[in-house]
Design a protein around this ligand. Structure first.
Ligand code: BES
Ligand code: MN
Ligand code: ZN
Length: 502
């Protein structure tokens, strides 16, 4: 989609559709008042018919308003004026875009952020509009004939500003939002692809393709021989149960000063998780194609960084593998040696994410990272603990916890901190190896993070368990692209392109 910022007299704007807001009990927003005046009170006259009250997300399309240059005027409910906040605002934008997709307009001019939602500045209001619009227009069509696809998809969205004062800031917000949106869309698409298309090799090929598109991005893929050379015994033990060879994808983005310590993003790229010998139950097992969403978010975040040309050094590390039951697969009780030298007793072959991540985390040490963040659909227990609204955030570093928490809040892509106290570590003790790969039923998300913590002692580290947020189930089943927005927000702040969020 294309986005623009425009100022000028609203009623004289030539656009296929002008989108304006209405508060509850038919209270006009400032732009709606302008249109009402230009149309000589026609708008308020029409509203008296009672077809739209202003409830958040409800819409009403009007045609041929006298004195108004726009071909259509779309009225969107913004809820109660006093309660107008970021959530109702995003809901209003989403409703407008959904309706526009069903019309023949193809482009529109939006004035929904006037007045600004509670505590949301212009920058965020504009960026949210871009992100919400991109989210709404994304459609998966790679493996089906999308018969319900809009005939005239919304291709251009102009965001209207009352005056030129905020123009530069709004244009920056558009640029940032569009780049984030591109990264999110890529993460969604990779997530939605089925396991028989999106294999470790496919993910690696996509990353290599991106490397070819940007001068600042260099992509390298390690095969199983190279991983064996590095003694990645934990990672390779998982891929042994599958016919698809594992890949270790390495993406180097060099936008910062040469030699400046990089941020390293590590993403779980489990392209299908059947559980291995500890086979999962059949119900909803298809959703385990989403078990590579951490890897997809890493690739999407690197794309966003490239698009933004961030002044930062950034490295993506994606261990990619399948987890299937085969004669050569891991068996419960097997003991493997990780790249770190620590031995692991595999009590449950379905706890494979930590096995592929631990070697990728050990490998990441060589980059002398300023910070390592891993993204992983790691545990069902995290979904039980936090539901589908927020990711689980684990780090021993209080400062980092604050920074990531605030970035998530700012991006509308939340993460909530969970404890990582020593007390939990004993749950993964075993008589037969340095650690077990599971710690029993209690605190499953925390003991998984405890496992990872044993491989991340040499640098600042945070772990995001995205099992609940990476995709939605049910009728609207699909990947969300989370947490690309959170990560990009953090990168924008770290590279100095944005003030750190207060
Ligand atoms: N990929 C799953 C985690 C998962 C499950 C994410 C359901 C989203 C929805 C992971 O590999 C896994 O199977 N974890 C096990 C760990 C257990 C065996 C200790 C789990 O959560 O059940
Ligand atoms: Mn599993
Ligand atoms: Zn898994």
């Amino acid at each position: 989609m294309e986005f623009k910022i425009k100022t000028g007299e609203l009623s004289r704007l030539k656009t296929p559709c002008l989108v304006i807001g209405l508060f509850e009990k038919r209270k006009l927003t400032a732009p709606a008042e302008q249109i009402d005046a230009a149309s000589d009170g026609r708008l308020s006259e029409l509203l008296k018919k009672g077809d739209l009250d202003g409830e958040a997300g409800r819409t009403l399309m009007l045609y041929d308003l006298p004195g108004v240059a726009a071909e259509r005027v779309l009225l969107v409910g913004c809820g109660k004026k006093k309660e107008f906040n970021r959530t109702t605002y995003r809901k209003a934008v989403a409703a407008a875009v959904a309706l526009l997709q069903q019309t023949h307009a193809g482009e529109a001019t939006m004035a929904l952020h006037v007045p600004l939602p509670d505590k949301t500045g212009l920058y965020l209001a504009v960026r949210d509009a871009v992100l919400t619009a991109e989210d709404k227009v994304y459609r998966y069509n790679r493996t089906k004939d999308d018969k319900q696809a809009p005939k005239t998809p919304l291709a251009r969205l102009t965001l209207w500003l009352a005056d030129k004062q905020g123009q530069a800031l709004a244009e920056r917000a558009v640029r940032h939002g569009a780049a984030m949106g591109t990264g999110i869309a890529l993460a969604k698409e990779l997530g939605n692809l089925p396991g028989n298309i999106c294999t470790p090799t496919y993910l690696a090929d996509k990353a290599v393709e991106l490397g070819g598109r940007f001068d600042a991005l260099e992509v390298e893929v390690l095969d199983e021989d190279a991983m064996a050379e590095l003694k990645m015994g934990a990672l390779l033990s998982v891929s042994r149960g599958s016919r698809q060879p594992a890949k270790l994808i390495l993406m180097h983005y060099r936008g910062g000063k040469p030699g400046a310590r990089p941020i390293v993003l590590v993403g779980k790229g489990l392209t299908f998780d059947a559980g291995g010998i500890s086979l999962k139950p059949a119900a909803e097992m298809d959703e385990m194609k989403y078990d590579m969403c951490g890897g997809a978010a890493v690739i999407g975040s690197l794309l966003a960084a490239c698009e933004l040309g961030l002044s930062i050094n950034l490295i993506g590390v994606v261990p990619a593998s399948e987890n299937l039951p085969d004669g050569a697969a891991n068996k419960p009780g097997d003991i493997v040696t990780s790249m770190s030298g620590q031995t692991i007793e595999i009590l449950n072959t379905d706890a494979e994410g930590r096995l592929i991540l631990c070697d990728a985390l050990t490998y990441s040490k060589r980059f002398d990272p300023a910070l390592v963040i891993d993204l992983a659909t790691l545990t069902g227990a995290c979904v039980v603990a936090l539901g589908k609204h927020t990711a689980g955030l684990f780090t021993p570093d209080d400062t980092l916890a604050g920074e990531i928490g605030r970035a998530g809040e700012q991006a509308g892509d939340r993460a909530w901190r969970m404890p990582l106290w020593e007390d939990y570590q004993t749950q993964i003790d075993t008589n037969f190896a340095d650690m077990a790969n599971t710690g029993g039923r209690d605190a499953g998300a925390i003991t998984a993070a405890c496992f990872l913590s044993r491989y991340t002692k040499d640098y600042r580290w945070a772990h995001l368990d995205i099992a609940g947020v990476a995709w939605v189930s049910g009728k609207d089943k699909g990947a969300t692209g989370r947490p690309v927005a959170l990560i990009t927000q953090l990168l924008l702040e770290r590279s100095g392109a944005l003030e750190p969020s207060a």
